[in-house]
Design a protein around this ligand. Structure first.
Ligand code: ADP
Ligand code: ADP
Length: 221
């Protein structure tokens, strides 16, 4: 499903090379639920961006769904990303003037799915996160927890193989954070969550500790 071999990523900063990832080896199978944890600056975001096909490795191999990411051009990378990955971020990134239903239906536009079918699937995705009663609400009319559940529905509406969640509870109180994590607990897809919060990481079956650009501990190995 996801296979990284000797993955590195360096940034050039004012002529100096910063090695954000220094040789990551990682295999994550279908349906696994993994948490990536580690101190600030350890490389978690860099790793997430690579796993999400938002960025390319400097060296090494990354295969997602059998496709080698390193060799793809921008269009191919976007195609793989749209087909395979759903994203959830700390700040919910919903369109402000748009209803929950339209926010969730939007990713399906790029797949050439008919409007009726988009609405049907978006409704089902919102029902699955307990928001059947919020279809016509705009983000400003919803709580933070509800907005994040809309974002989860949007991430899942295209039935991605992999859900990447970057600090998904970072802007939520404990109760809403727990609610969001319970939703992730119940999913069948591969889930990878980056978090600073131990109680969030504890929802994942597998813990991957990143430090100084390397995996320091992986409870699956
Ligand atoms: P984390 O998500 O664990 O906080 P990051 O992946 O954001 O870690 O950062 C890892 C390292 O790479 C840090 O030293 C950071 O300063 C550096 N870094 C991240 N993004 C960039 C960038 N765009 N340009 C230069 N350095 C970066
Ligand atoms: P913050 O809360 O600090 O704004 P987020 O966790 O929301 O950070 O976003 C993390 C990173 O992902 C940012 O670099 C942001 O630009 C990027 N990002 C946010 N939303 C999307 C999206 N829908 N698609 C791709 N990248 C995104």
């Amino acid at each position: 499903m996801i296979e990284a071999v000797d993955l590195t990523r360096s940034y050039q900063l004012e002529g100096v090379s910063v090695e954000a990832l220094r040789g990551v080896n990682l295999t994550i199978g279908p349906g696994e639920f993994a948490a990536i944890v580690g101190p600030s600056g350890s490389g978690k975001s860099t790793l997430m961006h690579l796993l999400g096909c938002l960025d390319r490795p400097t060296s090494g191999s990354l295969r997602i769904d059998g496709v080698e990411v390193a060799g793809l051009n921008d269009t191919q990378m976007a195609e793989l990303r749209n087909r395979t990955i759903g994203f959830v971020f700390q700040s919910f990134h919903l369109l402000a003037r748009t209803s929950a239903l339209e926010n969730v239906a939007l990713p399906l536009v790029y797949r050439g799915i008919s409007r009726n079918e988009r609405i049907k699937r978006a409704k089902a995705a919102l029902e699955a996160v307990g928001l059947a009663h919020r279809l016509d609400h705009r983000p400003s009319q919803m709580s933070g927890g509800e907005q994040q559940r809309v974002a989860i529905a949007r991430a899942l509406v295209g039935e991605p193989a992999v859900l990447l969640a970057d600090e998904p509870t970072g802007n939520l109180d404990t109760r809403n954070g727990a609610e969001v994590m319970r939703i992730l607990d119940g999913l069948d897809c591969t889930r990878i969550v980056v978090t600073h919060e131990p109680e969030v990481a504890a929802h994942a079956v597998r813990q991957i500790h990143v430090r100084d650009g390397l995996i320091e501990l992986d409870t699956a190995t």
